[in-house]
Design a protein around this ligand. Structure first.
Ligand SMILES: [Zn+2]
Length: 100
């Protein structure tokens, strides 16, 4: 089964309607702190995390909105925001709920 993504404006839609925008890496770092190699890693690098990851998606065949979701890479499903313990580096998605 394909990925089901909940667009904030359109609701649940087939994942084929969306464009993946990469991991959410937070705000851009300060230019003065990074060299060109570090910028390359920031823009093109990926942690390839196993578990819940915050990602950017665009509803390209729908409303065109860019938004972030949490996706569990182990089951390829959108999940609710992970619990505080999961965000602190346990790598566990316990407490995360599936969106159906
Ligand atoms: Zn949409």
């Amino acid at each position: 089964m394909s990925l089901l993504i909940q667009c904030p404006l359109c609701g649940n839609r087939n994942g084929y309607e969306f464009r993946y925008g990469g991991e959410d890496k937070g705000p851009y770092p300060d230019d003065r702190e990074l060299g060109s190699a570090d910028w390359y890693d920031y823009v093109h690098g990926s942690a390839c995390t196993e578990g819940v990851v915050k990602e950017w998606w665009c509803h390209r065949l729908g409303c065109g909105t860019w938004f972030t979701i949490y996706r569990d890479t182990r089951i390829n499903r959108q999940v609710q925001e992970p619990q505080e313990s999961a965000r602190q580096g346990t790598g566990q998605a316990s407490g995360a709920g599936k969106i159906q």
